[in-house]
Design a protein around this ligand. Structure first.
Ligand SMILES: [Mg+2]
Length: 302
């Protein structure tokens, strides 16, 4: 099943039932009886494929497709139109609007099944590519590319909702000395363990963590002010030290991290990187003050 979800949108109960019987061996089946439900359920349930009836009483399939393609939350979901009779103009219009295929009624179950199967295979391929494009292969946490996309989203959200966005940079202390002493493969193990520990903490505390590069992780905590950030990041610092990974070239007996953060009050569009630069400055202060500590403040982005 691969956890795939197909949303069947048709105002006719019999059509929904027949399509369900054809599709259910390949994916979890979801239903919508009308256009509005189709839009709501697409946003809420994020199906992997939508089978969309064109002729419906409230909102037509064309209008539904139009709304889906204009909503960034669902514009990526492939849509297959269901049409009563084959008409070239209708098919061309649908394909130009972004539908990927057409299924004609009455349903030929073998053809419908083969088409849906092929489209679901493409979905699986795309998910795999997305996974490799957005996940760091060493630590299995999000990579810098995913972080950049997420930062843009959270920055805009914070600006629009007037919330404080905290960005933190977590840097393993004396990591070069660790690699020189223990070897790079052991160093890789440290990065994996640290990433896991930080990720686990973020799951509890709420927030997003990615590997920025080298021995640096980066954290986003939406709607989090400097006071909250400081105590959460202190927990993260402690969680790494309490892994008790020996590091005889460090200021502690164990592997530790320094953390710099900026809790940004955002008043201006388009300066997401400034938050990073400020956090980087505080990371530098944490390092020069002796490492294994958290340093940061509220900043205003204007
Ligand atoms: Mg209909």
């Amino acid at each position: 099943m691969n956890d795939l979800k197909v949303l069947i949108v048709d105002d006719d109960k019999t059509n929904r039932r027949v399509l369900k019987e054809i599709v259910e061996s390949m994916a979890l089946v979801l239903f919508a009886k009308n256009g509005q439900q189709a839009i709501d359920k697409s946003v809420e349930l994020q199906p992997d494929l939508i089978l969309l009836d064109i002729v419906m009483p409230d909102i037509s399939g064309f209008d539904v497709l139009n709304q889906l393609k204009n909503n960034p939350k669902v514009d990526h979901i492939p849509v297959v139109f269901i049409t009563g009779k084959h008409e070239n103009e209708i098919e061309e219009r649908g394909l130009r609007m972004g539908a990927i295929d057409f299924i004609t009624k009455p349903f030929h179950s073998g053809i419908v099944q083969a088409r849906v199967y092929n489209h679901l295979q493409s979905v699986i391929q795309k998910k795999l590519l997305d996974h490799y494009a957005y996940i760091d292969p060493l630590t299995s946490i999000p990579n810098r590319r995913q972080f950049n996309a997420r930062l843009q989203q959270e920055y805009l959200h914070a600006l629009e909702s007037n919330q404080i966005l905290t960005l933190a940079i977590v840097d393993v202390d004396n990591f070069k000395l660790y690699n020189d002493h223990y070897g790079h493969l052991k160093g890789d193990q440290v990065l994996k363990q640290v990433a896991k520990a930080v990720e686990n903490q973020m799951k509890i505390l709420g927030g997003f963590v990615a590997r920025f590069g080298g021995e640096e992780l980066v954290i986003l905590m939406p709607n989090t002010n400097a006071i909250e950030a400081s105590s959460r990041l202190e927990e993260i610092r402690q969680s790494v030290e309490s892994l008790e990974i020996p590091h005889i070239k460090n200021i502690s007996d164990y592997v530790t991290v320094s953390i710099g953060y900026s809790s940004a009050n955002i008043l201006q569009k388009g300066h997401a990187n400034t938050i990073f630069e400020i956090a980087d400055k505080y990371l530098y202060i944490a390092k020069s003050n002796g490492r294994n500590q958290v340093n940061g403040q509220t900043s205003t982005i204007k």
